[in-house]
Design a protein around this ligand. Structure first.
Ligand code: NAP
Length: 382
């Protein structure tokens, strides 16, 4: 009897719909191929973002949150946050309410991708970004508001910090418990996935107690894993080290092969993952996942790229690869491998959307939907 695997999805705003339409068939075919038709996907649509606002008057309807709670593993396209829509960002909101404290962003080169580097084949990094703390907590006050003035007054009167009233103020909270659970997750991930090294990426030289704390607490946790981790490069163990964030950006470009798992506070991870995506062709190929102890939401690194919405030109690889990550997470490893192989074969044969084609000589770009069809065709032919 065929096993039906129910997967809830949010198609997403802007180009989300284009990407979803192109991706559905290859995802379904990958599961059919992997299990000889014994397993099939049944999709459950969830509303969020602009579509949800139009249909229900809410950016995130309660029903969507309930479905995520019930199914625990879901995939979503990018969401636009309408200005003045009530949330700072729906994406940040989802990460916070489901406590998705790890953002996993693999940056892996495969043959056929354009890269500005001479030897891109060495690029195989996984950026782990803490997802719930740091400046993304969203604690900030606009300049000249009563709140900002109150904080400035408190800083002056109670803390001996003198600031004029012209400042907007932001707070950067990084906690030990938050850093500890994130680091544990990262080390467990590195052990399970047989990774070579873990590098803490911080700016502790300047922000001594927030980013410096992050670094120190990460080392403390690493110290509990002596059977697996070495601080000096012992053979057979995972090397644990750290780099100051600005240096790490240079290292990622000049010596990406020396780096493997990167453990980052929220903002560093955000910047670094987009920059590193540029090393393997751009945001169109960079997948991601937001993972907590109960819920996992898989989503591309990129946003809704509204200027391309409905034009059927955008690259669906990031979404497809996020789905491949989801398949692995769900124990559907064979489907994940089949999907990844088909994406790589397609690109390697010079079939690619505008974003990659414009970085190459003599490649005529295919449409988003055509790319999806080509991937599906290769899956069927595997
Ligand atoms: P963006 O949507 O990621 O797009 C920035 C640029 O990246 C695009 O103009 C395009 O570059 C390239 N790009 C992005 N996705 C691509 C793809 N699939 N294929 C090829 N190229 C791709 O960033 P944004 O314009 O700053 O943000 C737009 C909206 O998305 C905002 O409302 C933002 O809040 C939201 N957003 C959502 C998420 C999420 O849902 N997780 C994440 C980030 C941003 P070219 O113009 O050079 O072709």
């Amino acid at each position: 009897m065929t096993e039906i695997i129910e997967i809830p999805y949010i198609a997403g705003d802007g180009t989300g719909e284009d990407i979803w339409n192109a991706s559905k068939e290859p995802l379904e075919e990958a599961v059919i191929k992997a299990y000889g038709g014994d397993k099939r996907i049944s999709w459950i649509e969830m509303l969020a973002g602009e579509k949800a606002l139009e249909k229900t008057g809410k950016l995130i309807p309660e029903e969507t949150l309930d479905t995520i709670r019930r199914y625990k593993t879901v995939i979503k396209g990018p969401l636009t946050t309408p200005v003045g829509g009530g949330y700072r960002s729906i994406n940040v909101y989802l990460r916070q309410i489901f406590d998705l404290y790890v953002c996993v962003r693999p940056i892996r080169y495969f043959k056929g991708l354009p890269s500005p580097l001479k030897r891109p084949e060495k690029i195989d990094m996984v950026i782990l970004r803490e997802n719930t703390e740091d400046l993304y907590k969203g604690i900030e006050w606009k300049a000249w508001t009563d709140e900002a003035k109150k904080v400035i007054k408190f800083l002056g009167e109670e803390m001996g910090v003198s600031l004029s009233e012209d400042y907007a103020i932001g707070v950067k909270p990084i906690s030990k418990p938050g850093t500890v659970r994130f680091t544990r997750w990262g080390i467990d991930y590195a052990i399970k996935n047989k990774r070579r090294s873990i590098t803490v990426v911080h700016k502790g030289n300047i922000m001594k107690y927030t980013e410096g704390g992050f670094r120190d607490w990460a080392y403390e946790v690493a110290g509990e894993y002596r059977d697996y981790i070495s601080f000096s490069g012992e053979e057979g163990k995972i090397l644990f080290n750290d780099r100051i964030a600005d240096n790490m950006f240079m290292q990622a470009i000049l010596r990406p092969g020396d780096y493997d798992v990167l453990l980052c506070p929220n903002l560093n991870g955000d910047y670094l993952s987009d920059a590193c995506a540029g090393l393997i062709g751009g945001l169109g190929v960079a997948p991601g996942a937001n993972i907590g102890d109960n819920v996992a939401i898989f989503e591309p690194t990129h946003g809704s790229a509204p200027k391309y919405a409905g034009k059927d030109v955008i690259n669906p690889i990031s979404f497809l690869q996020s789905a491949a990550m989801m398949f692995s997470y769900m124990g559907l490893d064979r489907a994940s491998t089949i999907l990844t192989t088909a994406i790589e074969d397609t690109v390697n044969e010079g079939i690619m959307t505008y974003d990659l084609a414009r970085q190459m000589e003599g490649i005529v770009p295919v449409r988003c939907s055509e790319f999806g069809m080509e991937v599906a065709k290769r899956i069927k032919g595997l």
